[in-house]
Design a protein around this ligand. Structure first.
Ligand code: OXD
Ligand code: MN
Length: 585
């Protein structure tokens, strides 16, 4: 549909209303074309918002340096604005719609004077899929527009999907004055609206991602009978050429991108991992009784530090063209650089704030520095990644970053037990959100910061989706981050995680030996393929054991967490808790 027609319908009415409120100098309806992208990028280069990188080694790549106080998601300024507080639940910040109107609406008054207002229609999900959804982000940030073009199917494609209808998520974003005191990321799930002001950072400002595809979509999914999850999707191909799809939930900056793009170790000829998505999965029960998943995004907004030819060769291969880097360091010859890139810091390195690095100074790239890259450029992208019907999921993995307690891998006894395992997840915090790093917090299904409603109801929804599946995926829990008493990782991680995926696949196929424990089914020592690995003495014992005393403490923490939900905690989950407590005795 041409933008001119869209301008006359419900979308046009809303844009007019926003223009009256924000008073931009100019309105730009984005088409998503290459010429438009080049023009917006060119303008940002002229204003210094983007810095071109080395045109030989990194053609069409740019560096953006954000405001030093705007470098990560700000959970303290993120709110769910349902009419009733109890619908947001105890784990979300809540603001009433009336208070939002009173406190936040006024920040938008005239906030785009002297700026351009961009109308950014976007499609979340493959073109032609009945699972895909349209959103429209209005923003005054050209950086947001350029990122949205990589991360979503933006412009005309989205308007074509929308037609003349009113069924789209309305996202209003302004940089405001970037003052953290006047920063708000508000979600109105009841009427599919988002207000974000005061931040240009990805998760706060690229509204298709966390705000729409998780917080609003989780609410919509509950009403319509599907799941919007913080999960990667990968296809695991065995040497016989058979592909099984796995969805995996890990908290932010815990290796989802690396797992989604895993390169099998040399000892695994014939194995291959296909990337379908690295951050978000929308999963629907199909008429065949299986769970079908799409990746609603079209690109990767990945954490740069730690990404290297060793840890993620596929990511490195897609990071040398058409990428927007945010808050990485830059070498004197204009190449992006970050801690863990596996290349010594050259003299003359400039840090993420544009200062010359002195040897020994703490970090050159911000720990949450990012790359925005098109999925099309990923060498391991799955041939099915844009299949309108999605891919069938055989296994779901939950994973946390735990130095202690959680073993390398275990399988749940049933779907309901798997929901309990997901609900009981905990993980050490990372630099992806502002606040202390390395603190263990409960993070059910890796959705704590992203669930748009009461998590008690969310677990109930998971249970009801499971009840509709004739072939539910098996549910597992993994932990790549167990350490020894002296703080060394016990498991090599990265490509070697294929060994764990291989056991998971054997379980999906009905083989794979297990040892029963109170927390679930662990692989036997023989069932986990460790050929060619040289684990430290005692490492495998620690990785595959269940310490009842540590789990007793875990049980207490889980109880405290679940108690907050009162009668919104599903009865089936309370029963799983009691059964677990009894098994631990
Ligand atoms: C992300 C996050 O950016 O989870 O994906 O913070
Ligand atoms: Mn994420």
């Amino acid at each position: 549909m041409p933008a001119t027609m869209a301008q006359q319908g419900p979308l046009g009415d809303w844009v007019d209303e926003v223009c009256r409120l924000t008073q931009p100098d100019k309105v730009v309806w984005c088409t998503g074309s290459e010429e438009e992208y080049q023009a917006i990028v060119g303008e940002m280069v002229r204003t210094g918002t983007l810095i071109p990188l080395n045109a030989d080694s990194h053609p069409a790549c740019y560096l953006h340096r954000s405001h030093h106080s705007d470098v990560a998601r700000t959970e303290q300024s993120t709110f769910i604005c349902t009419s009733r507080k109890e619908d947001a639940g105890p784990t979300n910040n809540w603001m009433s719609p009336a208070e939002a109107q009173e406190r936040v609406a006024k920040l938008y008054q005239g906030c785009m004077r002297g700026r351009k207002l961009y109308v950014v229609p976007y499609l979340m999900g493959p073109v032609g899929s009945s699972y895909s959804r349209v959103g429209v982000e209005i923003t005054d940030s050209p950086y947001v527009v350029a990122n949205m073009r990589i991360m979503t199917r933006m412009g005309k494609t989205a308007l074509d999907h929308l037609g003349s209808g009113a069924d789209f998520v309305k996202g209003l974003h302004s940089l405001g004055d970037l003052n953290p005191e006047r920063r708000f990321i508000l979600h109105f799930p009841e009427d599919h609206r988002i207000w974000s002001i005061g931040s240009g950072y990805g998760g706060n400002a690229l509204l298709g991602k966390k705000c729409h595809a998780l917080r609003i979509a989780s609410w919509v999914g509950r009403q319509e009978g599907w799941l919007a999850e913080h999960m990667l999707i990968l296809g695991l191909q065995d040497p016989a050429g058979e592909v099984h799809y796995i969805a995996a939930a890990f908290p932010s900056a815990c290796g989802k991108t690396n797992l989604a793009m895993l390169v099998p170790p040399a000892a695994f000829p014939g194995w291959k991992v296909w990337t379908v998505g690295d951050d978000i999965a929308w999963m629907h029960p199909g008429s065949d009784g299986r769970l079908w998943a799409i990746n609603p995004e079209a690109g990767f907004f990945g954490v740069a530090p730690g990404t290297s030819p060793k840890t993620n060769p596929n990511a490195m291969a897609m990071l040398n063209r058409g990428v927007i880097f945010t808050n990485v360091a830059v070498t004197p010859d204009g190449r992006p650089w970050w801690e863990g890139i596996d290349e010594p810091a050259p003299p003359g390195l400039v840090d993420w704030q544009g200062r010359l690095c002195s040897p020994g100074r703490e970090k050159s790239a911000h720990p949450n520095s990012r790359f925005t890259a098109s999925a099309r450029n990923c060498p391991s992208i799955s041939p099915s990644w844009e299949d309108p019907k999605g891919v069938p999921i055989s296994a779901i993995i939950f994973g946390g970053r735990r130095a202690r307690v959680a073993p390398l891998v275990y399988e749940s006894f049933s779907w309901a037990h798997g929901v309990f395992v997901g609900a009981g997840m905990a993980s050490e915090t990372t630099a992806a959100a502002t606040g202390a790093v390395g603190v263990v917090r409960r993070d059910p299904m890796a959705m704590l910061p992203f669930c748009g409603y009461n998590m008690g109801d969310y677990w109930g929804h998971w249970l009801s989706v499971g009840a509709r599946l004739k072939q539910p995926p098996k549910i597992f829990h993994v932990n790549w981050f167990r350490t020894s008493a002296d703080g060394k990782y016990l498991w090599p991680g990265y490509g070697e995680n294929l060994r764990v995926l291989q056991w998971i696949l054997s379980r999906v196929k009905g083989s794979g030996k297990t040892a029963e424990s109170p927390i679930g089914l662990l692989p036997t020592r023989e069932a986990l393929n460790v050929d060619g690995l040289k684990p430290a003495p005692g490492a495998l014992d620690a990785l595959l054991s269940v310490d009842r005393v540590a789990w007793q403490q875990e049980l207490k923490d889980q109880r405290k967490f679940f108690d907050q939900f009162g009668d919104r905690l599903p009865r089936a989950l309370a029963k799983e808790y009691e059964a677990f407590a009894a098994r631990l005795q």
